[in-house]
Design a protein around this ligand. Structure first.
Ligand SMILES: C[S@@+](CC[C@H](N)C(=O)[O-])C[C@H]1O[C@@H](n2cnc3c(N)ncnc32)[C@H](O)[C@@H]1O
Length: 286
């Protein structure tokens, strides 16, 4: 056996070596873009600087960790029900921070329905995670709790997706650049819209990863969601007491007709086949 054999676990497939949380973060999260967007919108809308942020359904708390690294006064609270996922985030994202930054981020292993304190300036629920709530009373309970957990004049931001393609059973594959990781390299992220019931909008979506050695991680993440629509969620936000509820819609480049990846307040959307938007609501100013 050579020393190389000791260094590389060559008998293992890439799927056996790869870490699903790491692959997930690389595939669907972009904390620098997300936090810049959220902070800029908060400043534009409220005239204040975002310093105290809560990340609901935080998973590995990638966003919270990034936020506290951006300014010495930034504080973040991440909330997630799944202890192993939070633990992964602590080991990989929080431990990479300086001691001072670590002091300014708290992770809470709890149901987002049960966390009310401390009151923050903004709560974000991203990557559609609130779709885990399958009925109106529970989504209303969540939104009411969020409203109570925000300071006066605070903002809730949630993303939402739709369009005709959102109801088609299909697998969408995307190549993810990962050259920095020599063992795994570039890989394929697959978003699998597996089952959809038009009566209830109950939805099963799955994430799979596949690798250049032919190995795969099937069902790395599986979500049992309800595909909520903009009018349903915004009506419930109003019932929960949010004010000035509005939609940030992606701009279109007139030359290419492609999305610009910039989101602006809009009164009306286009019937795109697939869209992502942000819903925003403000708590009363007090
Ligand atoms: C789609 S992942 C989102 C991860 C990350 N925030 C992101 O934007 O990609 C959904 C997360 O929500 C968590 N979750 C589901 N139901 C929850 C609840 N009721 N309270 C808190 N966390 C919950 C899961 O444990 C999971 O980590």
């Amino acid at each position: 056996m050579t020393s190389e054999d000791h260094d590389s676990p060559s008998n293992l497939t890439m799927a056996q070596i790869a870490d699903p949380h790491d692959l997930y973060q690389k595939s669907v999260q972009s904390p620098d873009n997300d936090m810049e967007f959220l902070s800029d919108y908060f400043r534009e809308y409220t005239g204040k600087t975002l310093r105290h942020f809560r990340e609901d359904f935080c998973g590995t708390a990638y966003l919270s960790a990034y936020f506290v690294s951006q300014h010495e006064k930034n504080r973040a609270l991440g909330v997630d029900l799944d202890w192993p996922t939070l633990n992964w985030g602590t080991k990989h994202n929080i431990s990479a921070l300086t001691p001072d930054q670590q002091q300014r981020v708290s992770l809470v292993n709890a149901n987002v329905l049960d966390v009310h304190q401390p009151r923050v300036q903004m709560i974000a629920a991203l990557n559609f995670s609130y779709m885990v709530f399958l009925d109106r009373p529970t989504l209303l309970q969540y939104l009411t709790n969020v409203k109570e957990s925000l300071r006066p004049g605070g903002l809730l931001v949630m993303d939402i997706w739709g369009g005709s393609e959102s109801q088609v059973l299909q697998e969408e594959r995307r190549e993810i650049e990962n050259s920095e990781d020599k063992q795994i390299g570039d890989f394929i992220f697959t978003w699998d819209q597996d089952t959809f019931d038009p009566f209830t909008h109950f939805y099963t979506t799955r994430i799979h990863f596949s690798f250049s050695d032919g190995s795969e991680i099937r069902n790395a993440f599986v979500y049992y969601w309800r595909l909520w629509t903009i009018p349903e969620v915004t009506e419930l936000m109003a019932d929960a007491g949010f004010q000035d509820i509005h939609v940030l819609w992606e701009g279109t480049d007139p030359a290419t007709q492609e999305g610009t990846a910039t989101y602006e307040r809009a009164e009306k959307g286009d019937a795109d086949q697939a869209w992502i938007a942000y819903l925003v609501g403000k708590t009363p100013s007090g």
